[in-house]
Design a protein around this ligand. Structure first.
Ligand SMILES: Cc1cc2nc3c(=O)[nH]c(=O)nc-3n(C[C@H](O)[C@H](O)[C@H](O)COP(=O)(O)O)c2cc1C
Ligand code: SF4
Length: 230
């Protein structure tokens, strides 16, 4: 099968989505599309290289929003029906909000719109599905209550991306999620993969529920549920 696989800028369900992608790549031609935020967030969670490693070649490309300028020429493949299906996982509340309002101004929202025109079945895995609280995972974080403000910061010295301002913060746009800093800090002041609870916003839940009425789009609650649908 030829599959399009979109990744947006959500940390929630990101690892599960990359694991699904790795499985699909062994059996299918998969073109991976990254929203601009998707590329950044994959890097923050140390997952970008995993995706880059398994992509490459005709219909197995790694397509980045920033390389697709404003008109997203790659999405012509979707309007021409060249893929058997399109998966977006994880899908941010931002991308869902745009899709349900007919906005197509990002690589992923445009590919969803063109899939509709090209008759390509689209599976969306939203991060905001049901009201209430949800546990999610953070990228690397400097825990200021544990930081001893050492004269020489071992964590900053270990960072390949020069992302750490000692005693202040980690610049996530420079962070590659390698975890070196967490190992180097003698006071365990860097957390990596910390779980926090966030509260779903009603507007995001409402937007996700509107997707049920979209012809050709199916909502899937978790990346692990997708394989049984192929
Ligand atoms: C570390 C990090 C994690 C994020 N996780 C989420 C998330 O789980 N869900 C979400 O809706 N947005 C999340 N965001 C915010 C999105 O990346 C942001 O809204 C972005 O504009 C989405 O663009 P996109 O929908 O085009 O990918 C996260 C941002 C950062 C920096
Ligand atoms: S050392 Fe820490 S801050 Fe620097 S890139 Fe690795 S995870 Fe990010």
């Amino acid at each position: 099968m030829k599959i399009g696989f979109g990744i947006t800028g959500a940390g929630h369900l990101l690892l599960d989505s990359v694991e699904l992608l790795e499985k699909l790549m062994t059996k299918h031609d998969v073109t991976v599309l990254l929203s601009a935020a998707g590329e950044e967030v994959l890097k923050m969670y140390g997952l970008y290289e995993r995706v880059e490693r398994i992509t490459g070649g005709y219909y197995n490309e790694l397509v980045k929003e920033k390389d697709q300028k404003f008109s997203f020429p790659i999405t012509g493949r979707f309007s021409l029906g060249k893929y058997d299906l399109f998966i977006v996982s994880p899908t941010t509340s931002n991308t869902i909000g745009k899709i349900v309002n007919g906005v197509a101004d990002t690589l992923i929202t445009n590919a969803v719109a063109q899939s509709g025109k090209g008759g390509i079945k689209t599976f969306i895995v939203p991060v905001d599905l049901e009201s209430g609280d949800v546990d999610t995972v953070l990228p690397s974080k400097l825990e200021l209550d544990l930081c001893q403000k050492c004269d020489v910061c071992d964590a900053a010295a270990s960072c390949p991306g020069d992302a750490i301002t000692p005693g202040i913060e980690i610049d996530l746009l420079k962070c590659e999620g390698c975890g070196e800093c967490a190992v180097a800090c003698p006071f365990s002041a860097i957390s990596a993969g910390k779980i926090i609870t966030i509260h779903m916003r009603e507007i995001d839940i409402e937007n996700t529920s509107k997707l049920h009425n979209f012809k050709g789009i199916e909502i899937v609650e978790h990346p692990s549920k997708l394989q049984e649908k192929l």
